[in-house]
Ligand binder design. Structure first.
Ligand code: CP3
Length: 346
């Protein structure tokens, strides 16, 4: 919170000037922290997501040791897949596995729409619990996957290198693809609204893998759907962060899809990306997560480079270009929070 009692993170989302640049990290709760690994030894990842007391504890772990300007609720973009009917498992080492992937028109038709309040109520409970524990100390971010990234998991059945099955559904059966996207968008809007009703004060939409597409495909097969989700959240009174990676060649299109804030990865200089979307558009980013593992003098040089490029313009939220990786030293993450706050203070 700044001296005037408003959160600098929310002010930056609105493009307003702040006393120092707000900073938080994607995946700030997770395996790089020992208290998380200790809990993980006792409970599975899905158990942790579905038990509000555990999800609350993990959400607050980073806030207990560093001065980040926002909390992000501990959950996963893939949680809506279970009630949609594809199944969802996390196997050690392989990441997420979707046992009944969506490949045909019939598979898409059989997908169920979701009543998030009823079927994913544990997430609403976690959000309410975190808000009450935070007691105004920091704002809370809710999130979901973007339509493409979520659908790609449903079609591929797990992680993918080339997203060939997903792309071929677009090319071979565009009507099936559009029906899938329609259903996913309906679910995402409901899921995100439920999070705001429960107390989320901002939303981030993760389009982690959309950079596998060229700009033409993004424009034709993705943009209308992502825009529908973002438009569907207008009127909720919370800022929406549209985050993607690998999209430096199509920032104009990402901008057209919308978002109060655009999140960039590190494959583009912050000032160049920002100029392309207009300096009146709030932005978030964009340190390479691997830099967090580098020697501290290198970390410092690169943090200062991002801040120099942001040049103190209003509407910058410091973050990584993607999530914190497992073997990141906690001390380096803490040091970056302090570097950002010191460099940008008054
Ligand atoms: O940012 C936070 O602190 C909130 C928590 C959060 C998680 N997942 C917890 C998690 C968030 C915001 C996510 C988003 C998410 N989940 C994304 C988008 C962001 C990104 O990184 O691109 C994606 C693609 C997923 C899907 C997902 N969930 C994958 C690919 C994996 C496996 C990752 C791996 O390295 O094994 C997960 C599991 C997951 N989600 C973990 C955590 C802390 C690891 C679970 C464990 O302890 O094993």
């Amino acid at each position: 919170m700044d001296k005037n009692g408003d959160f600098r993170f929310l002010k930056a989302c609105r493009g307003e000037p702040v006393d120092r640049t707000p900073v938080w990290f994607m995946r700030q709760a997770g395996r790089y922290m020992k208290p998380y690994r200790d809990l993980k030894a006792k409970y599975s990842f899905l158990e942790m997501c579905k038990t509000p007391e555990l999800a609350t504890e993990v959400t607050l772990q980073p806030l207990g040791v560093m001065d980040v300007d926002a909390a992000i609720i501990f959950a996963d973009i893939l949680l809506p897949l279970e009630p949609m009917g594809t199944g969802l498992e996390f196997s050690a080492g392989d990441g997420p596995v979707i046992p009944r992937p969506v490949r045909s028109r019939k598979d898409v038709e059989q997908l169920r729409l979701v009543n998030s309040e009823e079927q994913l109520g544990f997430l609403g409970d976690s959000i309410r619990m975190v808000r009450s524990e935070l007691a105004g100390r920091a704002p809370l971010i809710g999130f979901s996957g973007a339509p493409f990234t979520l659908s790609s998991y449903m079609v591929e059945g797990g992680k993918s290198r080339d997203f060939a099955t997903t792309k071929l559904m677009m090319y071979e059966a565009p009507e099936t693809w559009n029906l899938l996207m329609d259903k996913v968008c309906t679910v995402l809007i409901d899921y995100l609204k439920m999070q705001v009703m429960a107390g989320a004060q901002a939303l981030q939409i993760f389009d982690s893998w959309v950079g596998c597409l060229g700009p033409g495909d993004y424009e034709e097969y993705i943009l209308p759907h992502t825009r529908r989700v973002i438009d569907g959240l207008k009127g909720l009174g919370v800022p929406v962060i549209n985050f993607s990676t690998g999209t430096s060649s199509m920032l104009g299109l990402i901008h057209q899809a919308g978002g109060d804030v655009l999140g960039f990865d590190w494959r583009v200089h912050l000032d160049e990306a920002w100029k392309q979307v207009g300096f009146n558009q709030p932005v978030q980013g964009n340190l390479d997560p691997i830099v967090l593992m580098a020697p501290l003098p290198v970390v410092k040089r690169r943090v200062h480079d991002v801040l120099r490029r942001a040049a103190g313009r209003p509407g910058h939220i410091f973050n990584l270009g993607h999530g914190i990786l497992q073997h990141t030293p906690v001390d380096h993450v803490k040091a970056v929070v302090d570097m950002v706050h010191e460099y940008t203070h008054g």
